[in-house]
Design a protein around this ligand. Structure first.
Ligand code: C5P
Length: 239
């Protein structure tokens, strides 16, 4: 039984809008995974933290950036296999799981590179929960905003939603390997619209997924306004 990890880093990062440095021509978009923070690519921050809890790591990269992601990981001293991701997060996770060649009794963490600063204590808590008998475990946080139904075409807002009964979901999502493999096999076979996380797929098959406390540093680096906080955390970890 080993603990292994898939890090999804194959997103384009269009919402982050990062580009090659001004003055270089042509000005090309930089995949989110390669955005540098304190001299280290986002994906390398994610991988170096997960290396504290996982013995084997597969990273899924944008197909045109496999070599660049590999170099970023080597530069950061992280040992990981880099494979091309798919068109959706779900397809990228499936590619990563295949590349890991898991034993059914292994434990697998599925982590978004974009949540590069999730503390290892949270990762360890998800692993402990699976060791304790859960089929899977995910970090969650209470929802802080007031929630409502989306406005209609007339701009009139919908019904309020009780936030007390809701949680925001983070990664890593950690499973007994047979559960993750089964969930992705069934999802692929049914061809349903891709899920944005893995616990949804496992839960749909009746697996028991438990929650552990997430952490605000596990936020998903998504928009340009997320970068100052990401930089601040990277600085405090480097210093
Ligand atoms: O797009 P979203 O923010 O939900 O992406 C979450 C994670 O999934 C990111 O780390 C991103 O790199 C990854 N992803 C992927 N393959 C895709 C799309 C997203 O690995 N095709």
């Amino acid at each position: 039984m080993t603990v292994a990890a898939v890090i999804t880093a194959a997103g384009s990062g269009t919402r982050l809008g990062a580009h090659s440095p001004d003055g270089t021509a042509p000005k090309v978009p930089v995949p989110k995974a390669l955005v540098p923070l304190e001299g280290r690519a986002l994906v390398a921050w994610a991988a170096s933290r997960i290396a504290d809890v996982a013995e084997r790591i597969v990273v899924t990269a944008p197909p045109l950036a496999v070599d660049a992601v590999r170099s970023a990981l080597v530069e950061a001293g992280v040992d990981a296999l880099v494979v091309p991701g798919g068109d959706t997060r779900q397809a990228s996770v499936a590619a990563g799981l295949r590349a890991l060649m898991l034993d059914p009794d292994d434990i697998v963490l599925i982590h978004d590179a974009a949540r590069a600063f999730q503390p290892t204590e949270v990762m360890a808590a998800t692993i402990d929960a699976v060791h304790a008998g859960a089929d899977g475990a995910i970090p969650v946080l209470p929802v802080v905003d007031t929630l409502i139904g989306a406005p209609g075409p007339d701009g009139v807002i919908g019904d309020p939603v009780d936030r007390e009964g809701l949680r925001a979901v983070q990664t890593p999502q950690t499973f007994r390997a047979r559960v993750a493999l089964d969930a992705h096999r069934v999802a692929e076979a049914h061809g349903t619209p891709p899920a944005t996380d893995d616990a949804t797929l496992a839960r749909a098959l009746g697996h028991r997924i438990v929650a552990v406390d997430g952490h605000e540093w596990g936020f998903k680096v998504t928009r340009p306004s997320d970068l100052p906080l990401a930089r601040h955390i990277a600085q405090s970890l480097s210093g």
